[in-house]
Design a protein around this ligand. Sequence first.
Ligand code: NAD
Length: 392
Amino acid sequence: MVIKPKMRGFICTTAHPLGCAENVRRQVEYAKSNPIQGAPKRVLIIGSSAGYGLACRIAAAFCCSADTIGVFFEREASGSRTATAGWYNSRAFEQLAKEAGLLCESVNGDAFGDEAKQEVIRLIKDKMPGGKVDSIIYSLAAPKRRDPVTGEVYSSVIKPIGGAYQNKTIDFHTGELSEVTIEPAAADEIAQTVKVMGGEDWLLWIKAMSGAGVIEQNAVTVAFSYIGPSLTYPVYKDGTIGKAKEDLEEKSKQITALLSPIGGKAFIAVNKALVTQASSAIPVVPLYISILYKLMKEKGTHEDCIRQMVRMFKDRLYAGKAPVPVDEAGRIRMDDWEMEPSLQEEISRAWSDVNNENTGEYADIEGYRDDFLRLFGFGLSGIDYDVDVKNF
Ligand code: NAD
């Protein structure tokens, strides 16, 4: 079948196996050129098939020669339907990791459930050297979560709290700017978003693993957050998702307390805004990211997922510095280049000036669109997209 992108709203319903494999290969090459000494050799990544989690898996394996277990929720191909990009990404990763002689196990299932947790614990005991892991990356971005105890399904929403929020937004497919008004969340929507994107499940993972004795002495676990500039506060930091991230931070303290008898520690890393499947669904954010990309590319400080995660491993988590460099609230700040004050001032000015006549001057919409398509394996140089792909 000749595979072309098919858009439905914020998602692309097809993915290209060769393009996804090329995406992974490029990230692997970058990681290989950045070897890290003294880093962990046994890493579990929950949410390992795309975005930041995939980049962490690649950095662990190819900067640090680590054995990895990855957990993700992806769909295989069936009939004329392609697999999801994350499925192709994981297959490509597994092939390269195995060629490099690294242990690489994957669990494709619902990370929120007990089954995936028990399967991972079994894999660690059976396959990981010493039956333990020394690093656990928690990088889930999910629209829904089924509570493993009650079976109730919760949904996350991205909405402001307390009042409606109006601002500029962009349809990155057409480049059209418009005003969007997002109505505030109801109390139940806030609670449900915290259930899905907060830290409860992270804590459940660590409790299950620590109870099973599969976490090594001095292990670290990391989950990701975002803060961003004040212009996106109503829809992010002070909105429903921000509440979930507050819960994540709260749970990081409980996890550190739980791991303290073995010298372990939980970190929140605040990452840069990047084009991923999760972030493209948030109103206002794609326009902010397009302006950010333009300015950061001009300054030479733009990083994609792999560059940022390699920097997190190299200069923060495993820099040989004790303690790990953190901000006043104990968070690892990978958004330091994004939040640089003079850059943020330029973004504010661009934000007030940008309109439908001058988007190209202020915003890298093409870069956004290219990155979005690349998430699904499209638009990569060197790939023949007219070729009939067999066995996708
Ligand atoms: P992503 O959509 O690229 O990847 C999400 C991963 O979660 C995938 O591997 C997917 O398979 C997995 N997943 C989703 N539901 C699952 C389930 N039920 N069971 C198992 N796996 C499941 O997401 P991302 O943008 O890399 O986000 C990861 C984390 O980073 C999130 O906490 C997000 O808030 C945070 N973050 C993202 C950005 C950004 O700009 N993208 C910035 C800062 C922080």
